[in-house]
Design a protein around this ligand. Sequence first.
Ligand code: NAD
Length: 303
Amino acid sequence: MEERKMPDTTVAFIGLGTMGRPMAERLLAAGHRLTVHDRLTGATAALAAAGAATAPSAREAASGAAVVITMLPNGPHVREALTGPDGALAAMRPGAVLVDMSTIDPSTSKEMAALAERHGVRMLDAPVSGSSAGAVEGTLTVMVGGDPGTLDELRPLLGELGRTVVHCGPNGAGVSVKLANQIIAGASMAAVAESYALAQRLGVDPRLLFDVVSASSGDCWALRTRPPVPGVLPTSPADDGFRPGFKGALMCKDLDLALATAADWSVDLPVTMHARDLYARMSEEGLGERDFSAVFALLSKQG
Ligand code: NAD
């Protein structure tokens, strides 16, 4: 299919952390006029040096922008950035589009979409999978909830950030799919770590385990990208002191969101509950800022 370029657009980007900064850098490099804001003033320096305008508040960043993108840790941060005293929504012009790319709970996301509509603003929830390397390379998977026509308008812009941009359904559907993905990613990483902990105790060679399991029914993304002991796969976080990657604390946050959402709908998620407790223990033991594959450290030191 022929690749469409979006005419240069005025974009406000709010939240310049691990993910937001490289994503904003890609939009700037693609020629969009960019205004950035982060509540940590130091976070905007690299973007400013590359030619982005900076704004002291979400409200000022959003004023006049055709598209406002938020990439924030969790629902309360998104609520504050959009509806707080210096929030973006009140400053957005009617017809503008708000794209929340944070991983938050579906109910907050739907509530923000309804509020946006009252301001004449169209909202898409568009969380991503693919970690910081995918943000740098523009190879993220973007899961979109909201009006399909609005997504079509924004496809070229989102295509600068992700290789796979999928319409998942109405507002809230993008974050619902993202939480479903995190259940699998979180539980399978915990299972890979358990498997390595037992195999280590039994004296199994970790590289042999990788080779055999990746060609067997235990094969999965967690194993293929994150064997949790060094010397098995050079690109694994285990070979880089468990530098993230994707932090254990963020996986805990995502599984908390999945569990709270499941409770609202009376759905029991027993495996997710156990996995969540393991990632919570990572933070308690000072490992929350390490890649989530460092959950292996908790399991390998038993007995
Ligand atoms: P991060 O903590 O590195 O960055 C978040 C940024 O938001 C920080 O710079 C913080 O100062 C800023 N911020 C917080 N509240 C703000 C506010 N009210 N106004 C302005 N700025 C504010 O987080 P991240 O790793 O970039 O993740 C962002 C989102 O993407 C999260 O929801 C996360 O779950 C999701 N995600 C992360 C990854 C990953 O690999 N890191 C991968 C996929 C999805």
